[in-house]
Write a protein that binds this ligand. Structure first.
Ligand SMILES: [Mn+2]
Length: 390
């Protein structure tokens, strides 16, 4: 567990949510007083060398920017003394328990909004340039110092020909230097430009994604289209001799429009689509199956309780419970125990002992899939089967 906890100072969480969240930036000096980086520079660089980890390297020389995508062997990264480069490592919370624990301090925001913890390391002068994101973000200074210039974006024109999206006409309104433990909150679309002041600058970005409406629509439409799969096939109306061969038949256009008109989405469909979509594990996540009998996993859960793997995603609605893109069976949909697991990320041994047989069965199944962990060391016959989702 990270021992340093978020200190709102003169603010309170309630006041932050009421006055600041999604409205305006806020600098919290010493929000994490005494914060120590969760990973050393060497550990972070090693993580960027891992196939399962998403990382980017951005180097600047004057007005020239170069972007490369990881994984990076150590020798592929510039020397740390070289100025003006930064390494960005995404999804650190998927790989490091302490990072996952840090995110748990931000659960005053719904889990459905949480994206990840990104760690950026920068040499003196390093940064990603002036830009805006479709994210609410907390920028926690973990080591070294960073100068942030921030301001509303009045002109979203981008600099042409750059490998990253850089604002062409950014006019900052505030100029701040963050020291270790300081944290800056920015609402979506707020312009920002962070530059390392001195070497060994590490910034933790805790990002909350605001999904674009079109993206959610795409998921719903996809699901609806799948449900129409195997519908009628197109047949030609009576064809006439001498018709123009390249003309797209209006009957075919009408046929497609009819399929669309037949779609009848209801509220339950939106819930089930969003529940599955928003609990889909990140693309680079693979769970290791646990080779143990259901009975032994049930006993282990009862003895030690259980907790969600840090990569698992769990949400619920009034109707049902979702884990890693799957909804539970109708029998388990009303389970309050599974909702406790979703909110607490763990169940005590006593809570598991009070579980119904159906609840206990599904907990053991999730343990076998590697989605849920017992307090016991994994059985010795661990496994070669890797499954993305069960
Ligand atoms: Mn940003």
């Amino acid at each position: 567990m990270s021992t340093v906890t978020l200190d709102w100072g003169t603010f309170t969480e309630a006041r932050f949510l009421r006055e600041v969240w999604q409205r305006k930036p806020l600098l919290l000096r010493q929000a994490f007083a005494g914060f120590a980086p969760l990973l050393s520079r060497a550990q972070l660089f090693a993580l960027a060398g891992d196939d399962d980890v998403e990382s980017r390297l951005l180097q600047r020389e004057g007005r020239r920017w170069q972007l490369d995508h990881g994984p990076f062997a150590r020798r592929q990264l510039p020397p740390v003394e070289q100025r003006n480069w930064t390494l960005l490592v995404q999804g650190v919370n998927l790989h490091v328990d302490a990072a996952s624990d840090l995110l748990s301090q931000f659960r005053f925001v719904p889990d459905a909004r949480l994206d990840d913890l990104m760690i950026s390391w920068a040499s003196d002068g390093g940064g990603v340039g002036p830009h805006q994101d479709a994210y609410d973000v907390f920028l926690l200074q973990a080591a070294g110092r960073r100068r942030w210039r921030i301001g509303p974006v009045r002109d979203a024109t981008l600099q042409p020909g750059k490998p990253v999206k850089l604002l062409a006409h950014f006019t900052p309104e505030d100029d701040l230097i963050l020291e270790p433990g300081d944290m800056l909150y920015l609402p979506p679309g707020w312009g920002h430009d962070g530059i390392a002041v001195g070497n060994d600058c590490m910034t933790y970005s805790i990002g909350f994604r605001a999904p674009p409406q079109g993206e959610l629509l795409k998921e719903v439409l996809w699901q609806l289209a799948e449900s129409q799969h195997g519908g009628p096939i197109y047949t030609d109306p009576p064809l006439r001799e001498g018709a123009a061969p390249a003309l797209l038949p209006p009957a075919m256009v009408k046929f497609a429009a009819q399929a669309f008109a037949k779609l009848k989405p209801d509220a339950a469909l939106f819930e089930s689509v969003l529940g599955a979509y928003l609990t889909t594990p990140k693309p680079q996540v693979w769970f290791d199956r646990v080779e143990a009998t259901p009975a032994s996993l049930r006993r282990a859960c009862q003895r030690t309780g259980c907790r969600l793997d840090r990569r698992s995603k769990m949400l619920y609605t009034a109707q049902t419970v979702f884990l890693n893109s799957e909804a539970v069976s109708a029998e388990l949909a009303p389970s309050s125990l599974l909702r406790v697991l979703a909110d607490q990320h763990k169940l005590t041994a006593q809570q598991v002992k009070d579980a119904t047989p159906a609840e206990l069965t599904v907990l053991a199944q999730w343990c076998a899939q590697g989605w849920l962990l017992t307090g016991e060391v994994a059985p010795p016959v661990a496994t070669k089967t890797r499954t993305r989702r069960g």
